[in-house]
Design a protein around this ligand. Sequence first.
Ligand code: ADP
Ligand code: GLC
Length: 479
Amino acid sequence: MKKILFAASECVPFIKTGGLADVAGSLPKCFDKEYFDVRVILPKYSCMKDEFKDKLVYNNHFYMDLAGKSLYVGILEMEYDGITFYFIDNEYYFTGEKPYGDILWDIEKYIYFSKALLSALPVIDFRPDVIHCHDWQTGLVPVYLKDSFQQNQFYWGIKSVMTIHNLKFQGTWDIKTIQAMSGLPDYYFVPDKLEFNKDANLLKGGLVYADAITTVSNTYAEEIKTPFYGENLDGLMRARQNSLRGIVNGIDYTDYNPETDKLITKNFNAKNFRKEKIKNKTALQKELGLEQNPKTMMIGIVSRLTDQKGFDLIAYVMDELCQDGIQLVVLGTGDEKYENMFRHYDWKYNDKVSANIYYSEPMSHKIYAACDAFLMPSLFEPCGLSQLMSLRYGTVPIVRETGGLKDTVEPYNEYEGTGTGFSFTNYNAQEMLKTVRYAEQVYYDKKREWNKIVDRAMAKDFSWSSSAAQYQELYDWLA
Ligand code: ADP
Ligand code: GLC
């Protein structure tokens, strides 16, 4: 039996800001339980829902030395859906309304988390064969593991995997501060280790010291070796290309199932969507105060409102788009400029645009179920889960061909009768508009063709099964 520990800063159902939480919460369930004992460790945030906080069970506590200070490390645990989750408890670090905020404070928090989770292993008596780290917040785990922890035999031979969910976020600050916070010796703060343009970079530490690196799609694995997508780490990505591979994300096919989803108005499946899916649209039109017309093409967006997601393209052609016979439903929070942009168009085209500037799991499901199409014109997209959720609910994705979007959405080909969505190549607003209008044309003028696209979209399998098998292979190869 191989033991695997997932270390992550967010994880469904406990705490979520984006797709990382979906992956950390849904992937561990999908491994072969006969051969793999997979557990998850994350911080115990005070902003977690009470329904979960109340169920955490005290496991242990101890004091850990970090950069000359002695710090409390509490360990709580909970079993959920057959998986053991451990929570690192320290109220000094993990209070606040959201998991992330000020970057310097976040850096300090996750340095503590990285060392604390390693220190906790003998205490909980779990010696993983592989620690699977996710994103910059756990970047120091492979570094600490190869450093002072080697003085203790318990840690000998533990392997680490670093998965890049988003290369843009790296946890970078000046060397002096990070050295003082982490207690790591000078040895690490040089250009072939943690140093990065004269600063220190936590993710880079993980990428240098992990035994294997993965990212969440094949295309992104290639893209990050180039300067445009490489976020100044493309050189390192090229240097480590033999240890780097792409494994595309899946989604939880139980939570995201139009046939059983309790959060949507009317359940439907691949056979009856022609009659039933539309009831979700009319219900949502009513709920959001849009013109109530089952025939109108409804386009959805569920997203963090950041540059990454291509909102500059949308902003650029929003007036033109709103001249068309469509409705646009947006759910998201993030940069104020995009929040206000959507609020403005909601006001200007009140019966056509609905801007929902908040975070809501139930509303996201309603949108995936109700819309005809889903717009995701990302500037870059390591994988993207929203388009997978859309495919599952027969909502046709319109995407830019980048990262995981390129790997998971097959463009409609009217001559061959293939494809599950619509896509365009260049980061160009007119190109996007043209593609949306092509989709409109198929939707309105060739309904049977449109429904066949939906058929093919719903027939795709983006559950975790094949990707979980690839992670298993990787673990087997490592340890
Ligand atoms: P990213 O991780 O870059 O944000 P993904 O597409 O991988 O993008 O994952 C986003 C996840 O967050 C999806 O599960 C999506 O439904 C969810 N999500 C994003 N914004 C919201 C919101 N405002 N309310 C509810 N869910 C949201
Ligand atoms: C990141 C990426 C997104 C990916 C998610 C889960 O947040 O932006 O593309 O799907 O992580 O891997």
